[in-house]
Design a protein around this ligand. Structure first.
Ligand SMILES: [Zn+2]
Ligand SMILES: [Zn+2]
Length: 143
């Protein structure tokens, strides 16, 4: 519990029982959970908490760099406790999100002409496809 408190304080987030419970759930749930899954886990510890409070807490965590938001195509946002730079493999069959430890190329490969005044701040590498289980259970061409 001490390290959860420390992680909130180090990001200048006020420590509340609700925030501790949300961070604890984000740590313990596998596979980049969505807000609903996190809410269901938090409710077991803090029965009075609302979905809205959980959602807002996750947004604060993302703004303060304590979590990353992953936005898969055609699906609700998922949350990632791993905030260091890494890539994602997203399965379009089962929506599983797997971390991939590769670094995208430095943003300097984009010339000022290509950017046309746009100021790049961050990039994420996301690769969509089918995981091994889904390749075995459905034809590859099926969207
Ligand atoms: Zn899959
Ligand atoms: Zn991740």
């Amino acid at each position: 519990m001490e390290s959860l408190v420390h992680r909130l304080r180090s990001r200048r987030i006020a420590v509340t029982p609700q925030r501790l419970a949300v961070l604890d759930a984000l740590d313990s749930l596998p596979d980049h959970p969505n807000a609903e899954t996190i809410y269901q886990a938090v409710r077991r510890q803090v029965p009075a908490i609302s979905f809205n409070t959980v959602y807002k807490t996750l947004e604060v965590f993302c703004q303060k760099g304590l979590a990353l938001k992953v936005n898969p195509l055609h699906e609700v946002a998922r949350y990632d406790r791993v905030t260091r730079e890494h890539a994602h493999l997203i399965c379009r069959g089962c929506h599983r999100i797997t971390d991939l430890e590769v670094q995208p190329p430095p943003l300097t490969y984009l010339s000022p002409e290509m950017l046309n005044g746009f100021l790049p701040e961050q990039q994420r590498l996301t690769i969509w496809g089918l995981c091994r289980d889904c390749q075995e259970s459905k034809p590859i061409m099926e969207a």
